[in-house]
Design a protein around this ligand. Structure first.
Ligand code: 0O2
Length: 212
Protein backbone atom coordinates (compact mmCIF):
# COMPACT_ATOMS: atom_id res chain seq x y z
CA UNK A 1 0.00 0.00 0.00
CA UNK A 2 2.72 2.49 0.95
CA UNK A 3 5.90 0.44 1.23
CA UNK A 4 6.05 0.43 5.06
CA UNK A 5 6.49 -2.76 7.05
CA UNK A 6 3.54 -2.28 9.40
CA UNK A 7 4.21 -5.49 11.36
CA UNK A 8 7.57 -4.06 12.54
CA UNK A 9 6.32 -0.47 12.79
CA UNK A 10 4.43 -1.02 16.05
CA UNK A 11 7.23 -2.90 17.88
CA UNK A 12 8.89 0.12 19.59
CA UNK A 13 5.46 1.51 20.54
CA UNK A 14 4.49 -1.82 22.12
CA UNK A 15 7.74 -1.83 24.06
CA UNK A 16 7.22 1.79 25.14
CA UNK A 17 3.70 1.07 26.41
CA UNK A 18 4.85 -2.01 28.36
CA UNK A 19 7.78 -0.16 29.95
CA UNK A 20 5.76 2.97 30.78
CA UNK A 21 3.06 0.84 32.40
CA UNK A 22 5.65 -0.96 34.57
CA UNK A 23 7.26 2.35 35.60
CA UNK A 24 4.01 4.11 36.45
CA UNK A 25 2.64 1.10 38.34
CA UNK A 26 5.89 1.01 40.34
CA UNK A 27 5.43 4.71 41.10
CA UNK A 28 1.93 3.94 42.42
CA UNK A 29 3.28 1.15 44.66
CA UNK A 30 6.03 3.40 45.98
CA UNK A 31 3.68 6.32 46.72
CA UNK A 32 1.27 4.01 48.48
CA UNK A 33 4.03 2.54 50.64
CA UNK A 34 5.21 6.01 51.64
CA UNK A 35 1.90 7.78 52.29
CA UNK A 36 -0.69 5.03 52.62
CA UNK A 37 -2.60 7.01 49.99
CA UNK A 38 -1.72 6.84 46.33
CA UNK A 39 -2.76 9.68 44.00
CA UNK A 40 -2.75 7.01 41.27
CA UNK A 41 -5.73 4.67 41.35
CA UNK A 42 -4.76 2.51 38.35
CA UNK A 43 -2.79 2.62 35.10
CA UNK A 44 -3.69 1.23 31.67
CA UNK A 45 -2.04 1.39 28.26
CA UNK A 46 -2.69 0.55 24.65
CA UNK A 47 -1.07 0.75 21.24
CA UNK A 48 -3.26 2.26 18.52
CA UNK A 49 -4.33 -0.14 15.78
CA UNK A 50 -2.80 0.42 12.31
CA UNK A 51 -6.28 1.10 10.85
CA UNK A 52 -6.90 3.84 13.49
CA UNK A 53 -3.43 5.33 12.88
CA UNK A 54 -4.09 5.54 9.14
CA UNK A 55 -7.58 6.98 9.75
CA UNK A 56 -6.16 9.65 12.07
CA UNK A 57 -3.30 10.44 9.64
CA UNK A 58 -5.88 11.00 6.90
CA UNK A 59 -8.08 13.16 9.17
CA UNK A 60 -5.13 15.33 10.28
CA UNK A 61 -3.51 15.33 6.77
CA UNK A 62 -0.31 13.75 8.12
CA UNK A 63 1.76 12.15 5.30
CA UNK A 64 2.52 8.43 5.82
CA UNK A 65 6.28 9.11 6.15
CA UNK A 66 5.61 11.68 8.95
CA UNK A 67 3.38 9.46 11.11
CA UNK A 68 6.00 9.01 13.87
CA UNK A 69 6.02 12.75 14.61
CA UNK A 70 2.54 13.70 13.36
CA UNK A 71 0.52 11.20 15.41
CA UNK A 72 1.40 11.56 19.08
CA UNK A 73 -0.82 8.93 20.65
CA UNK A 74 0.25 5.71 18.91
CA UNK A 75 1.56 4.73 22.34
CA UNK A 76 -1.08 5.69 24.89
CA UNK A 77 -1.03 5.52 28.69
CA UNK A 78 -3.94 6.36 30.99
CA UNK A 79 -3.52 7.19 34.66
CA UNK A 80 -6.71 7.22 36.72
CA UNK A 81 -6.94 9.27 39.94
CA UNK A 82 -9.59 9.55 42.66
CA UNK A 83 -9.58 13.35 42.92
CA UNK A 84 -8.93 16.26 40.53
CA UNK A 85 -6.16 17.49 42.89
CA UNK A 86 -4.37 14.16 42.37
CA UNK A 87 -4.18 14.87 38.62
CA UNK A 88 -1.95 17.90 39.30
CA UNK A 89 0.24 15.95 41.72
CA UNK A 90 0.66 13.12 39.19
CA UNK A 91 1.41 15.64 36.39
CA UNK A 92 4.17 17.12 38.61
CA UNK A 93 5.63 13.65 39.16
CA UNK A 94 5.56 12.96 35.40
CA UNK A 95 7.40 16.26 34.76
CA UNK A 96 10.13 15.41 37.29
CA UNK A 97 11.14 12.10 35.66
CA UNK A 98 14.50 11.79 33.98
CA UNK A 99 13.65 8.67 31.93
CA UNK A 100 11.48 10.58 29.43
CA UNK A 101 11.21 14.13 28.15
CA UNK A 102 8.02 16.16 28.28
CA UNK A 103 7.31 17.56 24.81
CA UNK A 104 4.13 19.53 25.64
CA UNK A 105 0.90 19.40 27.62
CA UNK A 106 -2.80 19.80 26.84
CA UNK A 107 -5.07 20.89 29.68
CA UNK A 108 -8.50 19.61 28.68
CA UNK A 109 -9.69 20.16 32.25
CA UNK A 110 -9.52 23.95 32.26
CA UNK A 111 -10.21 24.03 28.52
CA UNK A 112 -12.58 21.09 28.13
CA UNK A 113 -13.53 19.96 24.64
CA UNK A 114 -16.81 20.84 22.97
CA UNK A 115 -17.86 17.20 23.41
CA UNK A 116 -17.52 17.68 27.20
CA UNK A 117 -14.27 15.67 27.31
CA UNK A 118 -12.01 16.41 30.29
CA UNK A 119 -8.55 15.02 30.92
CA UNK A 120 -4.94 16.22 31.28
CA UNK A 121 -2.63 15.08 28.47
CA UNK A 122 1.17 15.06 28.59
CA UNK A 123 3.04 14.16 25.42
CA UNK A 124 6.42 12.63 26.23
CA UNK A 125 9.37 11.43 24.21
CA UNK A 126 10.45 8.06 25.52
CA UNK A 127 13.73 6.42 24.40
CA UNK A 128 13.16 2.73 23.59
CA UNK A 129 16.31 0.58 23.65
CA UNK A 130 16.27 -1.68 20.56
CA UNK A 131 18.79 -4.01 18.92
CA UNK A 132 19.51 -1.14 16.50
CA UNK A 133 20.14 1.36 19.29
CA UNK A 134 18.08 3.92 21.16
CA UNK A 135 14.90 4.98 19.39
CA UNK A 136 12.84 7.94 20.69
CA UNK A 137 9.08 7.43 20.41
CA UNK A 138 6.24 9.78 21.30
CA UNK A 139 3.68 8.65 23.87
CA UNK A 140 0.56 10.35 25.20
CA UNK A 141 -0.06 10.13 28.94
CA UNK A 142 -3.69 10.91 29.78
CA UNK A 143 -4.36 11.73 33.44
CA UNK A 144 -8.00 11.84 34.57
CA UNK A 145 -10.32 11.12 37.46
CA UNK A 146 -12.44 7.98 37.69
CA UNK A 147 -15.52 10.11 36.85
CA UNK A 148 -13.81 11.62 33.77
CA UNK A 149 -12.80 8.11 32.70
CA UNK A 150 -16.34 6.77 33.20
CA UNK A 151 -17.72 9.51 30.95
CA UNK A 152 -14.96 9.20 28.30
CA UNK A 153 -15.31 5.41 28.08
CA UNK A 154 -19.06 5.58 27.45
CA UNK A 155 -18.85 8.56 25.09
CA UNK A 156 -16.06 6.85 23.14
CA UNK A 157 -18.05 3.63 22.70
CA UNK A 158 -21.17 5.56 21.58
CA UNK A 159 -19.12 7.61 19.13
CA UNK A 160 -17.41 4.47 17.85
CA UNK A 161 -20.75 2.75 17.32
CA UNK A 162 -22.73 5.64 15.79
CA UNK A 163 -19.91 7.78 14.34
CA UNK A 164 -21.30 10.94 12.76
CA UNK A 165 -24.86 9.59 13.13
CA UNK A 166 -24.93 10.37 16.86
CA UNK A 167 -28.03 12.64 17.06
CA UNK A 168 -27.50 16.21 18.27
CA UNK A 169 -29.82 15.74 21.27
CA UNK A 170 -27.67 12.76 22.40
CA UNK A 171 -24.51 14.87 22.02
CA UNK A 172 -26.20 17.54 24.07
CA UNK A 173 -27.08 15.05 26.83
CA UNK A 174 -23.50 13.78 26.78
CA UNK A 175 -22.28 17.35 27.34
CA UNK A 176 -24.66 17.63 30.28
CA UNK A 177 -23.48 14.26 31.61
CA UNK A 178 -19.85 15.48 31.39
CA UNK A 179 -20.79 18.53 33.45
CA UNK A 180 -22.55 16.29 36.00
CA UNK A 181 -19.44 14.08 36.24
CA UNK A 182 -17.34 17.19 36.85
CA UNK A 183 -19.74 18.37 39.57
CA UNK A 184 -19.40 14.93 41.17
CA UNK A 185 -15.60 15.35 41.13
CA UNK A 186 -15.96 18.76 42.80
CA UNK A 187 -18.30 17.36 45.47
CA UNK A 188 -15.92 14.47 46.20
CA UNK A 189 -13.00 16.92 46.52
CA UNK A 190 -14.90 19.03 49.04
CA UNK A 191 -15.89 15.96 51.07
CA UNK A 192 -12.27 14.87 51.08
CA UNK A 193 -11.12 18.30 52.22
CA UNK A 194 -13.67 18.23 55.02
CA UNK A 195 -12.34 14.85 56.23
CA UNK A 196 -8.71 16.10 56.09
CA UNK A 197 -9.70 19.24 58.09
CA UNK A 198 -11.65 17.18 60.66
CA UNK A 199 -8.67 14.86 61.13
CA UNK A 200 -6.34 17.80 61.63
CA UNK A 201 -8.75 19.34 64.14
CA UNK A 202 -8.97 16.08 66.07
CA UNK A 203 -5.19 15.64 66.09
CA UNK A 204 -4.60 19.22 67.26
CA UNK A 205 -7.13 18.82 70.09
CA UNK A 206 -5.70 15.49 71.23
CA UNK A 207 -2.09 16.75 70.95
CA UNK A 208 -1.06 14.36 68.19
CA UNK A 209 1.82 15.80 66.12
CA UNK A 210 1.34 15.26 62.38
CA UNK A 211 4.22 14.30 60.14
CA UNK A 212 4.34 16.64 57.15
P1 0O2 B 1 -8.39 6.16 21.25
O1 0O2 B 1 -9.26 5.02 20.88
O2 0O2 B 1 -8.49 6.52 22.69
O3 0O2 B 1 -7.01 6.02 20.76
P2 0O2 B 1 -8.09 14.59 18.10
O4 0O2 B 1 -8.69 15.14 19.38
O5 0O2 B 1 -8.04 13.07 18.07
O6 0O2 B 1 -8.79 15.17 16.92
P3 0O2 B 1 -5.35 15.12 18.86
O7 0O2 B 1 -5.00 16.54 19.13
O8 0O2 B 1 -4.30 14.25 18.34
O9 0O2 B 1 -6.63 15.10 17.90
O10 0O2 B 1 -5.82 14.38 20.07
P4 0O2 B 1 -6.01 14.71 21.58
O11 0O2 B 1 -6.89 15.87 21.75
O12 0O2 B 1 -4.72 14.67 22.29
O13 0O2 B 1 -6.84 13.42 21.91
C1 0O2 B 1 -6.39 12.17 21.63
C2 0O2 B 1 -7.08 11.17 22.51
O14 0O2 B 1 -7.73 11.83 23.61
C3 0O2 B 1 -8.20 10.41 21.84
O15 0O2 B 1 -7.68 9.36 21.11
C4 0O2 B 1 -9.01 9.95 23.04
O16 0O2 B 1 -8.36 8.92 23.74
C5 0O2 B 1 -8.98 11.19 23.89
N1 0O2 B 1 -10.05 12.11 23.51
C6 0O2 B 1 -9.93 13.33 22.95
N2 0O2 B 1 -11.12 13.90 22.76
C7 0O2 B 1 -12.05 13.03 23.21
C8 0O2 B 1 -13.49 13.06 23.28
O17 0O2 B 1 -14.16 14.02 22.90
N3 0O2 B 1 -14.09 11.94 23.81
C9 0O2 B 1 -13.39 10.86 24.25
N4 0O2 B 1 -14.07 9.84 24.76
N5 0O2 B 1 -12.03 10.81 24.19
C10 0O2 B 1 -11.38 11.88 23.67
P5 0O2 B 1 -8.51 8.70 19.94
O18 0O2 B 1 -7.57 8.45 18.83
O19 0O2 B 1 -9.72 9.49 19.62
O20 0O2 B 1 -9.06 7.38 20.50
Amino acid sequence: MDGRDWSKFLLPYQQAVEELKVKLKALRTELKARDEYAPIEFVTGRVKRISSILEKAKRLSVPIDKIETGIEDIAGIRIMCQFVEDIHRVADLVRLRKDWKVVYEKDYITHYKDSGYRSYHIIVEYPVQTSLGSMPVLAEIQIRTLAMNFWATIEHSLNYKYREHLPEHVRDRLRKAAEAAFQLDKEMSSIRQEIVDAQQDFEEKSGIVRKV
